[in-house]
Design a protein around this ligand. Structure first.
Ligand code: ADP
Ligand code: MG
Length: 244
């Protein structure tokens, strides 16, 4: 009999209050290694807040988070990153006056004190996101699609086991989004685990092994993509958004 592998991430009854507002309310789920989990929900559902709680930007008001069996509560984002979990930002802000390569070097320096080694890692990651030819460009001059890929390269350079992507397709045209979908699937093939916040339902259906739906801070549903989109409560939550 083979042992059941431990989940890479366990979210246990996490709540986050801002004054009287419950941005996250008693949210629980787990992630297995190598999977892609889609995190969806209407605007203001608490998706980004949950990323912030998981990655150490906010202390959860209640509950606990275990990464590779280790309790994260009280850790800083830096400490969480060193353990192997890193997130991207919904609004990407590259270091505009640095080159594309140097932006990624900043990520790589999490793992090594050697600048030549960091450059080596950074070049590899630019290759992964298919931006090696842009290494010497100024990051500030990149169009949005390439800024998003640069952001992914920067976090990949920290050598994570678990990657959290916050609306990495937001604001992109269909061709650029397709590029990102292929990149996410490629990252999966490399063995990384990913949690992906995304508004585009077609995209999330294609890439996710499982989907968790948040609504008003609470977990509304969880399951296989087909199961979740045919859940009447989920449909209502999204229709509600369309009518706002
Ligand atoms: N730092 C904060 N202070 C106060 N309220 C916040 C803060 N961050 C988020 N919120 C509120 O928490 C709720 C969830 O926000 P958010 O997690 O950004 O949602 P989503 O990413 O699903 O759109 C919203 O009502 C938002 O206004
Ligand atoms: Mg958000």
């Amino acid at each position: 009999m083979s042992a059941v592998p431990e989940p890479i991430l366990e979210i246990k009854s996490v709540s986050k209050f801002f004054g009287g507002l419950a941005a996250n309310s008693d949210v629980s789920f787990t992630m297995d290694e190598g999977m892609i989990l889609g995190l969806i929900g209407p605007n203001g559902a608490g998706k980004t807040t949950l990323f912030n709680c998981i990655t150490g930007y906010y202390p959860p008001t209640k509950g606990e988070i275990l990464f590779k069996g280790q309790r994260l509560n009280g850790m800083t984002p830096d400490q969480v990153c060193k353990l192997g979990m890193v997130r991207t930002w919904q609004k990407v802000r590259p270091l505009a006056k640095l080159s594309v390569l140097d932006n990624v070097v900043v990520g790589a320096l999490v793992r090594t004190g050697s600048v030549p080694e960091a450059r080596e890692i950074a070049r590899e990651q630019l290759h992964v996101v298919k931006m090696a030819h842009k290494a010497d460009f100024l990051a500030g001059g990149l169009p949005i699609g390439e800024r998003k890929k640069l952001e992914v390269a920067r976090v990949l350079a920290t050598k994570p086991d678990l990657l959290l992507l916050d609306e990495v397709m937001g604001g992109l045209n269909p061709a650029e989004s397709e590029d990102i979908i292929q990149l996410i699937l490629d990252i999966k093939k490399r063995g990384l685990t990913q949690m992906v916040i995304e508004h585009d339902m077609k995209a999330i259906m294609r890439i996710s092994d499982r989907i968790v739906v948040l609504n008003s801070g609470e977990k509304l549903a969880e399951g296989a993509p087909q199961e979740v989109v045919s859940n009447p409560e989920v449909v209502t939550a999204y229709l509600g958004e369309a009518h706002v």
